[in-house]
Design a protein around this ligand. Structure first.
Ligand code: APR
Ligand code: ZN
Length: 251
């Protein structure tokens, strides 16, 4: 994909014209940093099984499997950096056009690309853990130490409740404040830019339809087709770093 590509040139024009851009990202924006996504060929869900929330609550074995997955993903995050796609999103913020970054990702790369960036994390974060009963916060590294040396999963030192990474698992309630903020920003957007999501997980994916109904231009940049392409105003099949980097002249 090059800057002279007509679709990229159109995207560049729309980004220039827009005043209230909402960026909505999925795992696809982080693959160029070396983190596999979930549903591409060879993606995480082709090799690992997510632990549904009810199973996590019901059995210590499920909690052990979930913590093994969390800690292996978390270990990768220490050696990766934001990529050109994250830097291009930060450029939109620098130009004063970006009203929100809504992400399904738990890797914190948007915040590392632009620490001033307010990011709405719809699926939580892997940066810390919480007690599911009293909400007490726990740092990951001490949990890793005990898990890796004694094989023990964490329980709350205040109330004994189960401690889980602060990510949202399948079957777990969405974070209400984050969802409300995402819906507000989406309703107010004049351009809704989807970057690297298969748009198959709800309610997050439903924001694309909400943006369209609210009158925003919808742009989808994704390697593969999605079910929402049919309502998008512009669909660009390509790598986010190359497409958005070229549209915004960001390396
Ligand atoms: N550039 C453009 N598109 C890309 C790139 C890239 N560099 N890398 C991957 N993609 C595309 C893939 O083609 C795929 O369609 O990004 C999409 C990623 O889709 P998923 O792997 O399904 O990830 P995501 O949409 O974020 O999943 C949503 O599902 O399992 C849950 O909680 C998890 O937040 C996640 C949610
Ligand atoms: Zn507790």
């Amino acid at each position: 994909m090059t800057a002279i590509d007509p679709a990229v040139a159109e995207l560049a024009r729309w980004l220039e014209q827009a005043r209230r851009i909402v960026v909505f990202t999925g795992a696809g924006i982080s693959t160029e940093s070396g983190i596999p996504d979930f549903r591409s060929p060879g993606g995480l869900w082709s090799r690992l099984r997510p632990v549904p929330f009810q199973e996590f609550l019901a059995s210590e074995d499920a909690r052990r499997a979930a913590w093994a997955l969390t800690l292996s993903l978390h270990a990768r995050l220490t050696s990766i950096e934001p990529n050109r796609g994250h830097r291009a999103v930060a450029e939109l913020a620098r130009r004063g056009r970006l009203t929100a970054v809504i992400t399904q990702n738990i890797d914190g790369l948007h915040q590392r690309a632009d620490p001033a960036q307010a990011v709405i994390e719809l699926h939580g974060t892997s940066a810390y853990a919480c007690c599911l009963d009293c909400g007490a916060r726990y740092e990951i590294e001490p949990i890793r130490q005990v898990f890796e040396t004694q094989g023990r999963v964490p329980y709350c030192t205040h109330c004994g409740g189960p401690v889980k990474a602060a990510t949202i698992s399948f079957g777990q309630a969405m974070p209400q404040a984050a969802m409300a903020a995402a819906e507000r920003a989406t309703r107010d957007a004049d351009l809704f830019l989807v970057l690297g999501s298969s748009l198959v997980v709800h309610p997050a994916a439903g924001l694309v339809g909400l943006a369209k109904r609210a009158g925003a231009r919808v742009v989808i940049v994704n390697r593969e087709a999605t079910d929402y392409d049919v309502i998008a105003d512009l669909v660009i099949g390509g790598d986010i770093g190359a497409v958005l980097g070229a549209a915004l002249a960001v390396d």
